[in-house]
Design a protein. Structure first.
Length: 424
């Protein structure tokens, strides 16, 4: 968006604030890439015998673990599209876990969900107040909110939970189940097909089976928020104005946009989404609040948002990837991670060939050497240490960010200080 844009332009939902840079992967190409990775994973499963890497239970667990990461990432997307960096997502998730469980065990799970959203939104409001009104450094404010949320919940937990059956200083009483659904017939058919062990077909059945087996109703709400976010931010006048605040707030203000208002709205929504992710953890993933249960998912959600190039679809893929690697901790961790070493080596080899075709010979050589080292690790061992299994989601986060860094394009005014009337 430039200062020459007219006020009428701001009412055109399809208008982009600025031109995109880089190539955009079309849907057919994206589906082809996903199919290729799934085929390669199927080949690794057959070679290694690690059937757990694509079975229905693994995929169902991966979906459950991807939801809070995706919600945190969506929260970061809303804030950063308005120009506010939200490092405080972790703290807002912590508030969501505590408030969600506190209300959930007393008034029911759905009330807990709403109160969890409100808890995260309070954190978002505080972040907006400090960064937008007082122009405090966004990183400093976010870190402060993380510390404040941790301290506040640690202080409140004994007061709220001790004395109740199942409660303690670090854990809430159990929350009633929010319920889930399984599509009868289809779930059984996909599970049976997955158990056949056929190349690609069984793995695809495992992936689809995880999407229709023991799926929480709150998961459906979370998934629906992804296309809803895309439509609001990219197909509505409200979304255009909000994104203009993250691209060029001075130009937006000159066209009559109340930049402060849109930043406040975006950051409060950001906190509410992170709070919903926290409530999911303390109501669905575990039916109780437990100190430390976010385990850095707010930061991983931020990484998923960056991996997705500040777009909802890419964010969802990133959340799915991180949720899958996180699920390895719960199901056949050592065997499955060892099998994924072979998958990693093959992907690195393909990457090296692709770089060489593009005549980037030095990066291609480095990638090939790393791939050879990973394959050597796989070939000379039978399992990986449990510490490696636990660290896998965080290692994958760093690797993915490193590999995708050169194609990223953040909002131009993201994190930059802004004062009302500074363009005059």
């Amino acid at each position: 968006m430039t200062t020459s844009t007219t006020a009428t332009d701001l009412n055109q939902p399809s208008l982009e604030p600025t031109a995109r840079t880089g190539r955009k992967m079309s849907l057919p190409v994206l589906l082809l890439v996903i199919a290729g990775v799934l085929a390669l994973t199927s080949l690794v499963r057959i070679i290694t015998g690690a059937d757990g890497i694509t079975n229905v239970s693994q995929m169902s667990t991966a979906l459950e673990l991807a939801v809070p990461i995706g919600l945190a990432g969506l929260g970061g997307l809303w804030a950063e599209r308005s120009g506010v960096v939200n490092i405080g997502l972790e703290g807002m998730m912590i508030l969501g876990t505590w408030f969600g469980a506190w209300a959930g065990f007393q008034y029911g799970p759905w009330t807990g969900v709403l109160v969890g959203i409100a808890g995260g939104a309070i954190g978002g409001l505080l972040h907006a107040f400090v960064t937008v009104t007082f122009n405090v450094n966004h990183i400093v404010s976010g870190v402060a909110i993380n510390i404040l949320a941790l301290g506040a919940t640690r202080y409140l937990a004994p007061l709220a939970f001790e004395g109740h059956q199942g409660g303690s200083a670090k854990q809430s009483p159990p929350v009633e189940s929010i319920g889930d659904f399984t599509i009868p017939g289809l779930s059984d058919a996909l599970t049976e097909l997955n158990s056949k062990g056929w190349f690609f077909v069984s793995d695809l059945a495992g992936l689809l089976g995880g999407l229709v087996t023991n799926v929480s109703w709150l998961t459906l709400v979370a998934v629906a928020l992804i296309p809803a976010t895309w439509w609001i931010l990219w197909r509505s006048a409200f979304g255009l104005r909000l994104r203009s605040c993250g691209e060029n707030p001075i130009a937006a203000e000159s066209l009559g946009v109340n930049v402060y208002k849109y930043k406040y709205i975006a950051v409060i929504i950001s906190g509410g989404l992170a709070g919903l992710g926290g409530a999911f953890l303390s109501i669905v993933a575990n039916p109780f609040y437990l100190e430390g249960q976010t385990s850095g998912r707010g930061f991983i959600g931020l990484a998923a948002m960056i991996f997705g190039n500040w777009m909802p679809g890419g964010l969802a893929l990133g959340a799915g990837l991180f949720g899958y690697t996180d699920s390895l901790n719960l199901r056949g961790g050592s065997e499955n991670v060892h099998a994924l070493l072979l998958l990693g080596a093959l992907l690195l080899l393909i990457g090296a060939i692709w770089l060489a075709v593009r005549k980037k010979f030095v990066p291609a050589l480095i990638t090939a050497v790393i791939g050879a080292l990973v394959f050597t690790w796989y070939a000379t061992t039978n399992e990986v240490p449990n510490q490696v299994v636990a660290a896998t989601p965080y290692v994958i986060t760093l690797i993915v960010l490193a590999l995708s860094a050169q194609r990223l394009r953040m909002p131009k005014a993201d994190g930059l200080p802004y004062r009302k009337g500074q363009g005059k």
